[in-house]
Design a protein around this ligand. Structure first.
Ligand SMILES: [Zn+2]
Length: 189
């Protein structure tokens, strides 16, 4: 009887639903990351083995892809697990973000000018906002709170205009329409 209880307890996960959910989301991210990088490496290996026979070529690509994917999965899971482990109570997969606060520090209009092949000038302007971010992380087991603060910037209201040299007028985004018109004018001069 005691043995049965022990085995049962051992097999059953000791994780709470919250821990299980956090573990699943970390696992999902690791699988997607490993899959993408594995595919890229497999493609690269296939290309590099171009001079080999088709069996070696595809076999090598599969092996390289799987090998790298396994490595990426292991590394991502390890760092994800380390990040989700509570520093205070040491519970695994218990720490996740519970709140985010952003404070606008500064907002600035920025502009970038680029000369196009036909001499027109493409002007891209946007509003760049700088935020102070404060992320709150909470342990689902002991409710310990920790913070992570950093700054982030965001582009807003990005707009592209094309200034034509010939008529000095501002047109919106469509480069194509004006292109033929202005270049033919240039030829006349
Ligand atoms: Zn904790």
């Amino acid at each position: 009887m005691a043995g049965f209880i022990f085995v049962r307890k051992f097999i059953m996960s000791n994780f709470s639903n919250q821990q299980q959910a956090l573990k699943s989301s970390i696992t999902k991210g690791a699988i997607i990351g490993a899959g993408i990088i594995g595919l890229i490496i497999a493609g690269l290996a296939y290309w590099l083995l171009g001079s080999q026979g088709s069996l070696i070529r595809s076999g090598g690509a599969v092996l390289a892809g799987l090998g790298i994917a396994a490595l990426v999965y292991k590394k991502t899971m390890a760092s994800g697990a380390a990040g989700a482990k509570c520093a205070k109570c040491s519970t695994a997969f218990s720490v996740s973000r519970s709140d985010r606060q952003e404070i606008l520090v500064k907002s600035q209009t920025k502009e970038e000018r680029k000369t196009l092949d036909n001499g027109d000038i493409e002007i891209t302007s946007w509003l760049e906002e700088l935020y102070d971010v404060d992320d709150t992380y909470r342990c689902s087991n002991c409710s310990d709170l920790s913070h992570k603060t950093y700054q982030t910037s965001r582009k807003r209201n990005e707009e592209t205009q094309v200034q034509s040299l010939t008529d000095k007028k501002f047109g919106t985004a469509s480069k194509g329409n004006r292109k033929s018109k202005s270049s033919s004018k240039n030829n006349d001069i």
